[in-house]
Each structure stands twice: as C-alpha cells, then as structure tokens.
Design a protein around this ligand. Structure first.
Ligand code: FAD
Ligand code: NAI
Length: 475
C-alpha cells in the first residue's frame, strides 16, 4: 500500500521546503522527502543552504569579521583589548549551533503546516494512474504516491577534472566550512562568490590566501565600476587574486597541495598551499532520482529541463531551484517553490527574474539588482548614472566603514530604474529598497523624493538616485 499525497516534494532545501509549506497552506496534502543527514545520522532539512551554504558561511563570515574588527579597529573606538586570539573550535561550534537552529526550525515549520516529512532518498519508480510512484529508501522505507511531484534536489560542488574532493586537502564548500585550524597558506581556485566569501573568512583569521581565477576580468557579472572598487578593497586587505590563469596539474602530498598553473603572461608558476578550496561553480544534482524510470528530460549540464513556469516534460512533475536553469540562489529557489505550489493550485504564481538580487557577503559587501552599466551599453540602452560614495554618508563615518558607493542606473528618457549596484557596508540590506523600487517600476526620482531616515546608510541610496539627475545634496 502506498501513501497517497496531492504533492510530493523531493528535496528540503529552500526550493523544496518552501514549496511544501506553500502547497500545504493552499490546502494540499503534502509530503517532503530529504536525505541530508546531520552528524548523528538524523534529518537535517534545509539543503545546501542550511547545512553547507548560505547559513554556515554567513556564521563564519560574521565571526571572522568580529575578530578582524576587534583586532584592527576596536582601538579607534577607545576599546582596549589584550592580545586578541581566535578559538576556531568555538567558532565552528557556534556555526554548527546556528545550522541546527535552522534545521530544527524547518522541522517545526513542517509540523506547524502539517507537511509529512520523510527522511531518506526519494526515487521515481513509475508513472501511476493518478500521478507518480516514489520510493523512499532510508531507515524507514516506504512507497509514496504523488499526484504532483516537485523536484528540488539542488546542486553539488563542481570538481576540477582529475582532482576529486577529499575534504582533507582538496576542499569543496563542505570542507571549507569546517577546517579545524587556520591553514598557514590557503589556495582557492575560482574567484566567484564562494572563493571571495571563504577566502575572506580564512584570510581574516590569519591565512595567507591566494585565489587563482581563470577569467581575465574580476567578477565579470558585476558592474565594472563596482567590481573595480571591490578589488581595490580586497587588494588592500591582502587577499591575493590572480586573474587569467590556467590551472594545470594538482599534486597532493603529506606537506599539502601543489598547484601548477600558467599566469596571465603565459609563465609557468607553482603555488604551494596547506589546503586548496575549489570553488569553480556548481552542478545540478539529480543522482538518486532515477529520472530515466519515468523519462524525465535533463539537459547537457544535467539540469532538469523546465519551461518558464518550472514544468518538466512530464505532466504533473515540476522542478525548482539549483537543479534547473537560472541563478543558483536560495531566494530564487524559494520564489520558484512558492510559484509552483500556486500554479498547482490553479493560481498565477510568478517569478520576476529581472529583479532577483545578488549579494556577495565580503567586506565590503557587494549587492546588485538589474542591469550593469556594461550590459546597458552593449544593449544600446540610453541611460543616466548616479553614484554616491559612503565616504560622504554620516552613518558610514560613524560606523567607521566608508569604503564603497551606491550606483543607480536609470533610463535616460523615462527615468525608470534599470539597475542598482552597491559596494559597501550592509549592501545586502540596502539592496532591498532597490528591489522594491524596480518591482514597482519606480523612477530614480521616486527614490529621490522618498524620505530616508537620518543618519542611515540608506541615505546613500537616495543620494545616488538624486545623482542620476546631478543633484545629490551631500556630495
Ligand atoms: P539545495 O539547497 O541543494 O537542497 C536540495 C536538497 O535535496 C538537499 O537537502 C539534498 O540532500 C536533497 N536531495 C537531493 N536528491 C534527493 C533525493 N533523491 N531524495 C531526497 N533528497 C534529495 N545562496 C544565496 O542566495 N545566498 C547565499 O548567501 C548563499 N551562500 C552560499 C554559500 C555556499 C558555500 C554555497 C555552496 C551556496 C550558497 N548559496 C547561497 C546557494 C544556495 O545554497 C543554493 O542556491 C540553494 O541551497 C538552492 O536550493 P535548492 O532547494 O534548489 O537546493
Ligand atoms: P561562481 O560561478 O560564483 O564562480 C566560479 C569562478 O570560478 C568563476 O569566476 C569562474 O570563472 C572560475 N573558474 C571556473 N573554472 C575555473 C578553472 N578551471 N580555473 C580557474 N577558475 C575557474 O561559483 P562558486 O563560487 O563555486 O559558487 C557557486 C554558486 O553558489 C554561485 O554561483 C552562487 O550561485 C552560489 N553562491 C551564492 C552565494 C551568495 O549568494 N552570497 C555565496 C556562495 C555561493
């Protein structure tokens, strides 16, 4: 006898658990299956985001930022400290507690919303009359029947060909988040989001960090002016980033890792390090789904093929999050999860891909929404740009954190905001105003006319909007 549900969700990362909750709110009988295990072998819902992604990385970024701030800047405030040192074990224990709070929070939300949670692997068996038969393997095997199935199986770290992750010397995001001690020399391959965030954590704690990046430009997807400003700050901090390299052979030994590479000038180089983090992107994760049993279509990258509304090639089977096209971001996965649940209910769930914000949680933070200046130029769009430096913002001065700027790009004719780019303190929070503005198709003048609290970092957003019309007041 199989257990029948209106909706079976496979994967309890941000895409899956949110889809399950929203579907339950809409009155469906919902099951959510997830195989992630905590250290004791128990369930750990929340996926990559909660267990080895967004949440633990932000916990370590916070701890390491406090450490660096105390070490370098506390004295400016008159705070006297003795020699400041870092208890790495305590930092990791705190991070684990934060992760567990989030795992437990999701289990609580499942209960509250009457979502039946199953711990184990979910695989397709076959299409059945009224949906799909899903096999649950794990401690308590079961067969589930889902009228609709939502696939939210996420992604995993991409390894360099011939260099598998051993999580001892060659680390993915997983190993990078649980290094038991600060390595003297840390190498990273890939100066994307993970490279910069994890490189920052371990540099702040005292590692000599070198990041090798294949592309000749730094943060190519980011507005060039913002990327330049961020690079200046990282250089000053001592985060070494070599662009335009070609990575060759990687050898591991008892002493560490040795990376042969060719630099941008074509010269052969070697980088020796105690540990190597490989952060060269992620690949969609579908192993274990038994996709072929039902003829689920995957593309050449292994992603589940979906239409604009997250429908797969199989009727009643949907897919969301990292396992499908689009940016690999937790909030994008969540939005898709909500939209799919609403579509199953016959509603008109919608995800606006043009207003998905990005944040890189380095110091300074980098955040943006919409199009960059180089994209507007390439598309031949006439625009006006306004920038405002945090150096001229009172709250930033009081915080002692004046690096960076806000940049607002608006249509030259209509003044509609086309993109907002921030490098500086709390960029992750400031970008929300820009997302709201763009979602409501606001003009730069709209933001410029709104009263912003003083003194606040958000005044820099207003001033950048004023600067579009060359009338910023404080710069
Ligand atoms: P996942 O979170 O990967 O969840 C998929 C779940 O499905 C997992 O629990 C997995 O065990 C389970 N699963 C897979 N197959 C099966 C199966 N057959 N049966 C049962 N269960 C299965 N994004 C941000 O927006 N902000 C950030 O700050 C951020 N930081 C990140 C930091 C790091 C180090 C990393 C690696 C990623 C970060 N991301 C961040 C990206 C974010 O984690 C992902 O975009 C997000 O987790 C995707 O959600 P998802 O639900 O699609 O998949
Ligand atoms: P990424 O795509 O951000 O960056 C990968 C970098 O590696 C790129 O700059 C790429 O040019 C480089 N690269 C690729 N192959 C290479 C090679 N062989 N040699 C040298 N360089 C090479 O991927 P990353 O950092 O692994 O993160 C994966 C994804 O996880 C991100 O794209 C993002 O979607 C998500 N993420 C989001 C975060 C956030 O929102 N704050 C934080 C961390 C991850």
């Amino acid at each position: 006898m199989s257990l029948a549900f209106d909706v079976v969700v496979i994967g309890a990362g941000p895409g899956g658990y949110i889809a399950a909750i929203r579907a339950a709110q809409l009155g469906f009988k919902v099951a959510c299956i997830d195989e992630w295990k905590n250290a004791a072998g128990g369930p750990a819902p929340g996926g990559t985001c909660t267990n080895v992604g967004c949440i633990p990385s932000k916990a370590l970024l916070q701890s390491s930022e406090y450490f660096e701030h105390t070490r370098l800047h506390a004295a400016e405030h008159g705070i006297r400290t003795g020699k400041v040192s870092m208890d790495v074990a305590q930092m990791l224990a705190r991070k684990d507690t934060v992760v567990k709070q989030n795992n437990d929070g999701i289990l609580y939300l499942f209960k509250k919303n009457k979502v039946s949670f199953f711990h184990g692997r979910g695989s397709f068996v076959k299409a059945a009359d009224a949906g799909y038969e899903i096999e649950l393997s794990g401690d308590k095997p079961e067969t589930l029947l889902g009228r609709h199935v939502v696939l939210a199986t996420g992604s995993s770290a991409r390894a360099l060909p011939g260099t598998p992750f051993d999580e001892e010397l060659v680390l993915s995001n997983d190993g990078a988040l649980r290094l038991g001690a600060v390595p003297k020399k840390l190498a990273l391959i890939g100066s994307g989001v993970i490279g910069l965030e994890m490189g920052s954590v371990w540099r702040r704690l005292g590692a000599e960090v070198t990041i090798l990046e294949g592309l000749p430009t730094f943060l190519g997807a980011v507005d060039e002016q913002i990327a330049r400003e961020a690079k200046k700050a990282f250089d000053k901090q001592g985060l070494k980033i070599e662009l335009g390299v070609q990575v060759g052979e990687i050898k591991s030994s008892k002493k560490g890792v040795s990376i042969a590479y060719t630099n941008a000038k074509g010269e052969a180089q070697q980088l020796d390090a105690d540990k190597l983090i490989v952060s060269i992107g992620r690949v969609p994760h579908t192993t274990g789904l038994n996709a072929q049993a039902v003829g689920l279509q995957l593309d050449e990258r292994g992603a589940i093929v979906v239409d604009a509304e997250c429908r797969t090639n199989l009727p009643g089977v949907w897919a969301v999050g990292d396992v499908v096209r689009g940016p690999m971001l937790a909030h994008k996965a969540e939005e898709e999860g909500v939209a799919v649940a609403e579509r199953i209910a016959g509603q008109h769930g919608h995800v606006d891909f043009d207003t998905i914000p990005w944040v890189i949680y380095t110091h300074p933070e980098i955040a943006w929404v919409g199009r960059t200046e180089q994209q507007l130029k390439a598309a031949g769009v006439a625009y006006r740009a306004g920038t405002f430096p945090f150096l001229a913002n009172g709250r930033a001065r009081a915080l002692g954190d004046t690096t960076g700027m806000v940049k607002c790009l608006a249509d030259a004719q209509t003044d509609e905001i086309l993109g907002v780019h921030i490098v500086g303190p709390m960029a992750c929070e400031l970008i929300a105003e820009a997302v709201v503005a763009m979602s409501f198709k606001a003009s730069a003048e709209d933001i410029a006319r709104i009263c912003h609290a003083h003194p606040s970092l958000s005044e820099a957003v207003k001033e950048a909007a004023l600067a579009v019309d060359k009338r910023s007041l404080n710069f």
